[in-house]
Design a protein. Structure first.
Length: 198
């Protein structure tokens, strides 16, 4: 099955979901946006890989979201409350996200020259996820949001890697890294005494 015709909608999907992750206040919506984001990653990876290998991305992403969701269910009540953003904080996040989007679309034409075999849609999607994930990491210190930011960056790297290499072993290892990140995040969420001890 050829996923090239779905690549541009997938870029729009990962852009919207990464923006939703940046602006979301409730952890439930964040995990839902992460799951939808991995559907877009699956489509963009499927442009270069077979569908059997691409499924590892969506399965690993959804399992990571499930692990984080279970951890949040058992977390202390104060951690499960919606994180409050002031109106100025939301405006700042929107402004920085707009700058990230402009930067991504301006440098993506150079990326397709540097990386042979990558399509413009994959360059847009990968750069968008990396930029928004790094932005997410720079604006938060909460364990759930840090892990979501790391998973977003890793998903962007996955798109670039799929265009370069089609190794089954590396696909499995990268999926294992995503699961390991979610398990570490779940441990930090469930055991907040580590954060308080510092």
């Amino acid at each position: 099955m050829n996923f090239s015709s779905f690549a541009l909608p997938a870029v729009a999907l990962v852009t919207v979901t990464s923006l939703a992750l940046l602006l979301s206040r409730d952890w439930r919506w964040s995990i839902l946006a992460l799951a939808i984001q991995y559907a877009g990653v699956f489509v963009l990876v499927s442009v270069s890989w077979s569908i059997e290998m691409s499924v590892t991305k969506i399965v690993a992403g959804w399992m990571s979201g499930a692990v984080l969701g279970i951890a949040m269910q058992t977390a202390p009540e104060s951690w499960r409350e919606a994180e409050g953003f002031s109106p100025s904080s939301r405006i700042f996040r929107l402004f920085t996200a707009a700058l990230a989007v402009i930067t991504v679309f301006s440098i993506s034409q150079y990326v397709i020259k540097w990386i042979p075999g990558i399509t413009m849609a994959q360059a847009w999607g990968g750069l968008m996820l990396i930029a928004m994930g790094l932005l997410h990491l720079g604006l938060t210190a909460q364990p759930l949001r840090v892990v979501i930011g790391l998973l977003t960056v890793l998903a962007g790297v996955d798109i670039f890697y799929a265009a370069i290499e089609s190794s089954t072993l590396m696909a499995g290892l990268i999926a294992g890294v995503a699961l390991a990140l979610s398990l570490i995040g779940a441990y930090l969420i469930v055991n907040p005494s580590l954060e308080e001890a510092e």
